[in-house]
Design a protein. Structure first.
Length: 194
């Protein structure tokens, strides 16, 4: 291997600790605060995500618990997410740019794919500075769009609650994963490679 990696490579390949630790907590510590610098860093991780043709089809509405934006977001949560999301330190609304302005042309066939990737970057970045993240869809999408004057070329896609999991918190409703074999449709291993 003649390329130089900027990451330290473990002797035995292993899943990154942040990936292993990541979970979607169902309860957050309502006293945990998140500072501006931490939020900046999380947003920067999103900005640095790859996207098709570098189209960067994402935008975010950021509400910190106790501020006006947060209050405007919380108003539109569904009953299920209203039970836990408002206690998180911040709620971020994730928007995808789906249309070219003033047209019905698709902005990018990968808009939602790229947004998801940016959000994944945010969740791992958050973990690395001490914050858990729980993405969710349980809210009124149209009402959020009206609340924040979202133009029609943007879609309010999902939200992420960032915060510190409450002690003893169980993670999401379902955490079972499909096996590696089940998610791998074709692969040659070891000696099978030609
Ligand atoms: C796009 C998306 C939408 C989701 N919507 C909800 C939701 O509305 N309510 C909820 O409690 N969790 C929601 N989740 C969290 C998933 O249920 C959770 O990621 C999954 O059960 C796996 O658990 P884990 O994240 O703890 O590994 C959502 C996750 C994603 C990525």
């Amino acid at each position: 291997m003649d390329s130089v990696s900027i990451c330290e490579i473990p002797v035995v390949p292993e899943v990154h600790p942040a990936v292993l630790r990541r979970r979607s907590p169902m309860a957050f510590d309502a006293d945990a605060e998140i500072g501006d610098a931490a939020l900046d860093t999380i947003l920067d991780a999103a900005r640095l995500a790859p996207s098709a043709g570098n189209s960067q089809p994402w935008a975010f509405v950021v509400g910190r618990r106790g501020d006006g934006v947060h209050a405007r977001i919380v108003r539109h949560l569904a009953g299920s997410s209203a039970r836990w999301a408002p206690d998180a330190s911040a709620i971020v609304v994730n928007l995808a740019r789906v249309l070219v302005e003033d047209t019905d042309w698709e902005y990018s066939e990968f808009a939602r794919y790229d947004l998801g990737q940016a959000v994944a970057h945010m969740t791992l970045q958050a973990l690395s500075i001490g914050f858990d993240a729980h993405q969710f869809r349980a809210f009124d999408r149209d009402a959020v769009a009206v609340e924040f004057g979202v133009p029609r070329e943007w879609e309010v896609t999902s939200m992420t609650a960032f915060g510190v999991a409450a002690p003893g918190t169980v993670a999401g409703v379902t955490r079972e994963r499909r096996s590696r074999d089940d998610v791998t449709w074709a692969r040659a291993r070891g000696d099978e490679r030609r």
